[in-house]
Design a protein around this ligand. Sequence first.
Ligand SMILES: *Cc1c(COP(=O)(O)O)cnc(C)c1O
Length: 397
Amino acid sequence: MNSKTNTIKAAAWVEKLPPYLFAKLDEASRRAKDAGMDVIDLGTGDPDIPTPAPVVTAMQKACADPSTHKYPSYSGSLEFRTACTDWMNRRFGIKLDPQNQVMALIGAKEGVAHLVQAFVGPQDVVLATTPGYPPYFSSATMVGAESYAMPLLAENDFLPRFDQVPEDVCHRTKIIFINYPNNPTGGVATLEFFKTAIEFAKKHNALLVHDAAYSESYGPGEKPLSIFEAEGAEEIAVEMHSFSKAYNMCGWRIGFLAGNASALNALGTVKKIIDSGPFTAVQKAAIAALEMPEEEKQKLRDLWLARRAAVVEELKAAGIEFNETSVTIYVWAKTPEGFSDDEFCARLVEESGVVVAPGASFGSAGAGYFRIALCQPEDRLREAARRISEFLKKHGG
Ligand SMILES: *Cc1c(COP(=O)(O)O)cnc(C)c1O
């Protein structure tokens, strides 16, 4: 290798990003594997189950069709957008205009970063929650803006308290991110909560972004709401939907944004400069996902529920407290007495070969918790939970 390569300093905002918080855990996991341990990784939320066959078949067919090979429209094909609005209508009873109230995304994460680019400047604030999905905050850093994190506490059912946001933050807020069902806490939004969020956003003239990436992961009696079920939402809000967790399509990079037409228009300006929308064949495959028979969708949900049940049974027996909702693909549990979440997670890998995510890696208010991703087969999850329980016995829990 040529040793005379120049090192070019990255932009100032890159230096401001927090360190990658799973780094220590990844390192511990690698060491455990090197030592010959059978490691069970429940750290990241990346479904291990294949994408449903109808979606794969639609993709194969669409790939062979040369009309998909050209630049896609940055906003998504009308066929895709219509499938999205039809689905919103079937799923939530909401009528949106496919012409101007829905836009294709290259995954919800793309939507987060580009919405912030479209709306937020250096004097502005991005309001999000702690614990929360890290890109809300790093996107703010990327545009040189401040962010403010509202705590999600068990005593408030993991819903933020807008009345506790300081006045000077309220005035400067341009975007508010909320996410229900919530990653990582498993919190569920009520219609009342959505109404409060809409009122707050309107009062401060800020764009309200509801990240509904887990709207399709739920158990009986917990069917999540769309923010558009609340009065007046389309005046101030957009909702992000993702195919990643709902249909095991993380690698396909597709989602959509629905709602406020002027916000979509502003996002479109950014997308015209930066990307040209998702591959048309992927959009066709995503239509197949939305149009899968209800029984097939139920099968996907049942699998997550069976996995959750396997873990929860062991946690209960071990006396570990956790949020007992059945939304998302995670279990949000309290770290045992006498351990910080960092220490608990690190020692669990070292001694038991089980990788879980420390709560504080999602923000300071996540401290005292850990997150189990249900992204392993049921028997492996049962085994992991059994090892957690043994770890506790060994350490006097
Ligand atoms: C996983 C996740 C996403 C990512 O969605 P993509 O469509 O894969 O980009 C978005 N939001 C939350 C809260 C997530 O957990």
